[in-house]
Ligand binder design. Structure first.
Ligand SMILES: NC(=O)c1ccc[n+]([C@@H]2O[C@H](COP(=O)([O-])OP(=O)(O)OC[C@H]3O[C@@H](n4cnc5c(N)ncnc54)[C@H](OP(=O)(O)O)[C@@H]3O)[C@@H](O)[C@H]2O)c1
Length: 278
């Protein structure tokens, strides 16, 4: 299974679908990530705060896929936004995973009340120059936060990883991303399994295409140009989730899926202007 890629604004390519690894730790986690790579996954999404960069590194050591064919992401926690702390944390992330570089490193949350995300961004820009990171991006940033980054440093992120699923489809934010050549990456793309698979509308579209509800949702992410990172600990569902390139949703399906969004559709109400994560 060859997963297509998309070109980012820095010229590097990112697979259009990858594995979310929140909660995957220790030997079970390493086995789950190893199985995903065997099943065709190349993009693996981790974070310093998931405390599993070591687990990801272990999976990378266990498989025979060449490092340059993998795409490994990690993220900088809110407590290390000061420039010097951010640089040390990026280095620590690499040591934990025993990697020489990350393909993508993101600022996990903007924490705007704390107000140090520009310093953190400067650290990511420098770490990219030093070869520690190949591409740089952010997560949970609102347009105003990215405009601030561009004004202060002249550099826009390549990726913004945001909460995005049929119940919270972020149409306005995605428009801003498209206009500024920032790729949208969807976290909790399956709405963390909250009521999506039972949804009658999604089930009807799944029946029409003879696909699972999960495949319909992940195909929808692909067709709205979002990179998605579904998490599954089941090898069967891992395979199912990347088997989305042999059918197409039509315009009517896309409109129906777009109509499922709700203004308060966030799973845990984490609004990036207010919510802070350290
Ligand atoms: N940047 C951020 O702030 C942020 C925040 C949250 C998450 N993330 C990232 O996004 C990733 C994905 O989000 P998430 O983990 O919250 O949730 P998710 O991927 O939306 O949903 C995961 C849940 O869906 C189930 N599932 C997966 N495929 C399925 C299928 N085909 N059919 C039925 N059930 C299925 C999984 O169960 P099984 O394991 O049993 O298959 C699991 O319970 C995370 O792991 C993390 O890497 C980032």
């Amino acid at each position: 299974m060859q997963i297509p890629t998309r070109k980012m604004n820095d010229g590097n390519e990112i697979p259009v679908i990858g594995l979310g690894t929140g909660g995957m730790k220790g030997s079970d986690g390493a086995a789950t990530i190893t199985s995903a790579i065997h099943n065709g996954y190349r993009l693996i999404d981790s974070a310093y705060n998931y405390e599993n960069e070591g687990t990801v590194g272990e999976a990378v050591r266990r498989i025979s896929v060449a490092r340059e064919d993998l795409f490994i992401t990690s993220k900088l926690p809110g407590r290390y936004h000061h420039y010097k702390d951010a640089v040390k944390t990026i280095q620590e992330s690499l040591y934990r995973a025993n990697l020489d570089y990350y393909d993508l490193y993101l600022i996990h949350w903007p924490n705007p009340k704390q107000g140090h995300y520009v310093e953190a961004w400067q650290a990511l820009i420098d770490a990219k120059k030093w070869g520690l990171i190949r591409s740089i991006g952010v997560s949970n940033f609102l347009p105003e936060h990215m405009e601030h980054l561009e004004k202060e440093t002249g550099v826009l992120p390549s990726i913004n990883q945001i909460e995005l699923h049929p119940f919270f489809n972020q149409a306005e934010q995605r428009k801003w991303h498209e206009k500024h050549d920032v790729i949208t990456e969807s976290w909790s793309p399956l709405a963390r399994a909250n009521d999506v698979f039972e949804n009658k509308t999604i089930q009807a579209i799944a029946k029409k295409h003879r696909k699972s509800a999960g495949q319909i949702i992940l195909r929808w992410h692909y067709q709205i140009n979002a990179v998605s990172i579904p998490r599954s600990s089941s090898p069967i569902r891992q395979k199912e989730n990347i088997s989305i390139f042999d059918f197409k949703l039509d315009q009517n399906d896309m409109e129906i899926l777009a109509s499922l969004t709700k203004p308060e559709g966030r799973i845990n109400g984490q609004h990036p202007a207010e919510y802070e994560e350290f």
